[in-house]
Design a protein around this ligand. Structure first.
Ligand code: 5AD
Ligand code: SF4
Length: 471
């Protein structure tokens, strides 16, 4: 895409000195999306990205605190940057943003003497000011204030020219899931207006050639509650956007999935035939201790309604095993739920205690050994379920959007995803063809083999960059 001639894309202001930024992002899609926003602001200040920490003028971390492992990885990476500061002195500025910075920014700046500044999740649009302050010698500050305005209004910033983009529609989370740190790191829910999101997306589609949008939020199903609007209304508005082919939304909370939204999966020509719907546990008693506000039966009922509204819809989920005092029977209930839900894939974790949450105050008798044994068992069991589901793909035709390539056992293959989000590998339609010839082409393929994690196929038809009817 020619960015020089496109007035919608901010051009760097040439009067700022040319500088390089190295940035590392941890965690969820929301964090990656925030990082993109940060990079866009920095681009306006004439920063360009670098992969080499040693040549960077600015080193940034966008952190995640959802589980202890993410915290530990970041602390160790931050520690490693000390030698760069020692070697380059004031010529390099080091900053930390995101969820850890929101909660412990002040402590971080005090504890790590080589860290210049920390900034929380609600002030990322002020990154330019923070960088100015630091480069003019005012270092050692932490800003973690909440934006208190009632109106949440932004414009999506994307720094890539791919036809797939994320759009933030709601920030924060008003739920009180007892294990979760997010309400502390992301604050109260605030939604953008339907009309603003629609216009934003129209621009991305019309000026940037975007075909697939993922609507983002910590609890995306709560979208609009503060403005008297709903996610279903937004889906309705986006239905009218010509050129938008696939619409996804994440992350959903089962309690807030309305009947209207389930019906939208039936009538919408844009909503992808896939939904990520984290259940966390299959035990109603654990769900109660997690404060998830629904039961196992309610969840299974939702899946039934969803599958009646959109036959063949693929569902994935998140599971936490080893929640404090989870019994063998409670764990068995989760396995039973996996059998009945038939998830296409899951992200699964052992429970990680987060300081300040309700669950962290529960006395827990489970050992780490039991937790990891349960996780291993669950993951193995789920792979069996997935294998059965995926082998049903064999012999069927799918539309696949090419987004990468691979070299499997010496055979060059293109890789893509179906609208239902399954990965498929296949040889290019012409011999010697490469990714650059086919990236973002829509291909009709016939699946010849499948494992629990991916499928192999052969190309039937290359539709080029514009898909036929998807649903
Ligand atoms: N321990 C383990 N997993 C967690 N998640 C959130 N908090 C915790 C925690 N304290 C998982 C949930 C959520 C996903 C993003 O991370 O499954 O859906
Ligand atoms: Fe955390 Fe629950 Fe909010 Fe999800 S819905 S971000 S798990 S508090």
């Amino acid at each position: 895409m020619n960015t020089e001639s496109n007035p919608e894309i901010a051009q760097p202001v040439k009067s700022y000195p040319k500088r390089k930024v190295w940035m590392k992002t941890y965690g969820c899609q929301m964090n990656y999306h925030d990082s993109e926003r940060v990079m866009d602001h920095l681009g306006e200040l004439n920063f360009t990205p670098t992969e080499d920490q040693n040549e960077a003028d600015l080193i940034l971390f966008n952190t995640c605190s959802i589980r202890d492992l993410a915290n530990q990885k970041f602390y160790s990476h931050l520690g490693e940057t000390k030698r760069i500061k020692e070697a380059k002195g004031e010529k390099v500025v080091i900053g930390v943003g995101g969820c850890i910075a929101q909660v412990e920014g002040k402590e971080l700046v005090k504890k790590y003497r080589h860290l210049d500044f920390a900034f929380g999740t609600d002030v990322i649009d002020q990154i330019g000011d923070f960088v100015f302050r630091s480069f003019s010698g005012d270092s050692k500050f932490a800003v973690n204030t909440w934006d208190r305005s009632t109106n949440y209004s932004i414009e999506t910033k994307i720094t890539h020219d791919e036809p797939r983009a994320f759009v933030n529609i709601i920030k924060g989370c008003n739920k009180v899931c007892s294990y979760c740190i997010v309400p502390f790191t992301r604050g109260k829910e605030r939604s953008r207006k339907v009309s603003e999101v629609r216009d934003d997306i129209k621009k991305l589609v019309e000026h940037r050639g975007v075909q697939e949008i993922t609507l983002l939020g910590q609890n995306v199903n709560s979208f609009g509650k503060d403005n008297g609007e709903t996610l279903t209304e937004l889906v309705g508005e986006l239905e009218k956007v010509n050129g938008l082919h696939v619409l996804r939304y994440t992350t959903s909370h089962p309690y807030d999935v309305s009947d209207e939204l389930i019906a939208a999966h039936g009538w919408s020509t844009k909503l992808a035939p896939h939904l990520h719907l984290p259940v966390q546990s299959g035990s109603t008693t654990v769900l109660k201790r997690m404060r998830r506000e629904y039961t196992k039966d309610h969840y299974l009922g939702l899946l039934e309604k969803l599958r009646a509204s959109k036959p063949g819809i693929v569902v994935s989920s998140d599971i936490i095993v080893g929640f404090p005092n989870e019994t063998d029977d409670e764990f068995a209930d989760t396995i039973d739920l996996l059998n009945r839900a038939e998830f296409d894939f899951i992200y699964s974790y052992t429970y990680s205690e987060r300081k300040g949450t309700r669950a962290s105050r529960m006395d827990d008798t489970l050992t780490d050994k039991i937790k990891s044994e349960r996780l291993q068992f669950l993951q193995k069991h789920q792979l069996e379920i997935q294998k059965n589901l995926r082998t049903q793909m064999v012999g069927k035709r799918y539309l696949v959007w090419v987004d990468g390539d691979s070299n499997m056992g010496g055979v060059y293959k293109l890789k893509g995803r179906t609208p239902c989000y399954r990965i498929v590998h296949f040889e290019p339609p012409v011999s010697g063809g490469e990714l650059k010839d086919f990236k973002w082409h829509w291909m009709e393929v016939e699946v010849s083999g499948a494992t629990a994690l991916s499928a192999q196929a052969k190309v039937i038809k290359d539709w080029g960059i514009n898909p036929p009817t998807i649903h």
